[in-house]
Design a protein around this ligand. Sequence first.
Ligand code: ATP
Ligand code: MG
Ligand code: ZN
Length: 243
Amino acid sequence: MDFCKLCHNRGLIIEGNLAIPCSCLPQKALARRFKKSGLPPYLRTCTFENFDFKYYSRQNIDLSKGLSYFDSARLTFQAASDFVAAFQENTVTDGLLFTGPVGSGKTFLACCIANNLLEKGHLVLFVIVPDLLDLIRYTYDSNRSPDDPTEQDLLETARQVPLLILDDLGAHNYTEWVRNKLYSILNHRLNYSLPTIITTNINLEDLEEHLGERTTSRIYQMCRPYRLPVDIDIRAVQRQQRV
Ligand SMILES: Nc1ncnc2c1ncn2[C@@H]1O[C@H](COP(=O)(O)OP(=O)(O)OP(=O)(O)O)[C@@H](O)[C@H]1O
Ligand SMILES: [Mg+2]
Ligand SMILES: [Zn+2]
């Protein structure tokens, strides 16, 4: 979030004759802590208005639900916009788990939620899971500067932020160390009823194999699962349309 529409990057909002700190300040501090993992520029263009349903076939049926790809995408999109409304009412609400094949719009839709709520001044942490793990590993590096966040800083933020979005979970072979980090984040969020949105390529039934039983069980409890099914990677479709 570079430019703040609320304070025009002054950091302060004038109310009557009071200058109060803008809600973007904590968001900016958070983005600094997670340097590489803020919402990258391209992902800021992912908004509900730009979500296109033409990529989801009305003919093909997603066997897991018996719905067409189009209807599945509609349900998933609806769940995302319902989430935004519910979160605004009360930040204690169920999270979401978006599953589906490569290039099916999972990250896009998670970013729709992030952009919408960021614009309304909510604190949102969007992290690409492999980047988060790299950042945590880097805290062990003896060359890091004393100003860099510690492992505790990163984990505490991910545990406590009102909305955490974990993009691209479980696409890699996770070690016990990684599983423990993820567990400690998700377990805290579950205990404090803080919502989490997760995107993953892994099918629901295979999550446990990648994340272990304890973490998977918590994800089932915290996040409502939705699928975005496609036959062809939307990236490939878009490339073909450009030539
Ligand atoms: N519904 C949509 N409308 C318009 N563009 C879309 C839509 N869904 C995806 N895209 C575009 O298609 C590309 C792939 O989408 P996205 O990154 O969301 O896929 P993904 O499901 O997260 O894939 P991966 O599993 O590889 O992470 C992106 O360029 C994205 O902007
Ligand atoms: Mg993705
Ligand atoms: Zn501001």
